[in-house]
Ligand binder design. Structure first.
Ligand code: 4AD
Ligand code: MG
Length: 432
């Protein structure tokens, strides 16, 4: 009996007979030798079938096998640096499990929409493997960062009674006898309750925005991680954000270099992601835009193009703080030195990837937060519980949200967020 092995572990099986279960990636023949390139989800292996070493039946299975047919290969493992994956198998047996119909995704070029329609199959390709493995590493390192620093994981609800990040991007649904429910735009408000209960927490889950814009940065469903810390001010928040980014990027560089190479990612900017990250005010960012000839009016929010121009001044992510309050969310505390400004921070990634983190110090005064709710036309009744956080032992506190997909897009050097999540949801896409 030969034992079942996975391709990524073949170093442990040199000289031994093993069985690999997988799918046919490619095949070719030359004279009396047949090559089967097989993928098992963990890597590629080249199986070599020599006519005189196998039965006629096994030798002829080669002809029947189509791309993506499932099979088991049995044979002895050899190291071979020229083979895809670095190992070869001298095959002595091939078992066909299922012959695949004509597979739509061939090694030739396909358009993005064609591939997106077949996303469930496209996931089998090497490029998608590299991206989704990096996504996994980013998520793993996010959890490692907070778990290793005493943060409690707080799961926030997905059905919520009101808006958190502005009413223009709310997904709405009927909720039994209770009226309307909204898909969460952010778990932050619940994270604040968590911070008052546990000191420091992180919320990590899917969030929803009815984004009507078709850009390379927007999904309607995306994952966000949101730490929230009691007694932290805006500076503490920026300290946390820069240590966090250094940790994530460092983990990908350490553990996923092979995948970055597959994506032909130039890692120069990633290697620069070390503390301290530059910190500039909104006013300083506007001055950069003006210096470079952009027609930008003070008081507006930055668009994607503005963010690119600003970030081009820096060789690593830049933190822009103290935005005009009127372009930011209701819960942000005002700068005591200038009431027009919010104690907000956005982290802009280099190379034109734009905002990956949005955060702030929160308004902790009861009368002020009530005033802000009214100014933003938010229903006080839905926020009664939130007001309690300012009634019972209110403290300064701050936090931020990092968008997983924008971070994956930046670290992988992609030109659109649609490849950063297994099944993307966008204004014009709900399938597969
Ligand atoms: O800046 P945002 O809207 O901040 C919040 O939601 C806060 N409540 C976070 C907090 O302080 N706890 O969103 C945070 C991040 C953005 O910087 C971006 O990376 C990502 O979420 N994001 C999106 N990613 C993909 N598609 C979209 N439509 C996104 N909208 C925001
Ligand atoms: Mg934002």
């Amino acid at each position: 009996m030969s034992s079942r092995a996975y391709i990524e572990n073949l170093a442990d099986y040199i000289g031994r007979e093993v069985t690999i279960a997988g799918w046919l990636y490619n095949k070719r023949s030359s004279g009396k030798i047949r090559f089967l390139i097989v993928r098992d989800g963990t890597g590629l292996l080249q199986g070599v079938i020599v006519k005189q070493n196998v039965t006629e039946e096994v030798f002829s299975t080669f002809d029947a096998l189509t791309q993506e047919s499932s099979l088991r290969l049995r044979g002895t493992i050899r190291k071979d640096d020229r083979a895809p994956g670095g190992y070869e198998m001298d095959v002595n047996h091939v078992e066909i499990i299922s012959i695949a119909k004509e597979y739509p995704i061939t090694p030739k070029e396909h358009g993005v929409e064609f591939l997106m329609d077949r996303r469930h199959l496209w996931l089998r390709s090497q490029r998608q493997h590299a991206i989704l493995r990096i996504r996994h590493e980013i998520i793993r390192s996010i959890r490692e960062f907070f778990d290793g620093r005493g943060f409690l994981l707080m799961d926030a609800p997905i059905f919520t009674p009101a808006a958190c990040e502005g009413t223009s991007t709310l997904f709405e649904t009927e909720y039994f006898d209770l009226g309307k429910a909204y898909l969460t735009q952010s778990g932050q408000l619940y994270g604040e309750a968590g911070a008052m209960a546990f000191g420091k927490v992180y919320v990590f889950g899917p969030t929803f925005r009815a984004e009507k814009s078709k850009t390379r940065r927007h999904l309607t469903e995306f994952w966000m991680v949101e730490p929230e810390v009691a007694f932290n001010d805006l500076n503490d928040d920026m300290d946390l954000a820069e240590e966090f980014l250094e940790h994530i990027v460092g983990s990908v560089l350490k553990n996923r270099m092979t995948e970055l190479k597959t994506l032909e990612r130039n890692t120069k900017f990633l290697e620069n992601v070390k503390r301290p990250l530059p910190r500039i005010t909104y006013d300083e960012a506007v001055a950069i835009l003006h210096k470079k000839g952009a027609a930008f009016e003070w008081g507006n929010d930055f668009g994607g193009a503005d963010e690119t121009v600003i970030s081009e001044e820096f060789d690593r992510p830049v933190m822009v703080h103290r935005y005009p309050a009127k372009v930011k969310a209701f819960y942000m505390k005002r700068d005591p030195k200038n009431e027009e400004l919010a104690l907000a921070v956005d982290v802009l990634a280099p190379e034109g990837y734009g905002e990956i983190i949005g955060g702030s110090q929160r308004e902790d005064d009861y009368d002020m937060i009530l005033k802000r709710l009214h100014e933003h036309n938010l229903p006080e009744s839905a926020f009664e519980w939130y007001l309690d956080l300012r009634r019972f032992g209110s403290v300064p506190h701050s936090g931020f949200g990092l968008g997983v997909e924008r971070t994956v897009s930046w670290i992988c050097g992609l030109d659109h967020v649609r490849e950063t999540i297994p099944f993307p949801r966008m204004i014009y896409r709900l399938t597969p």
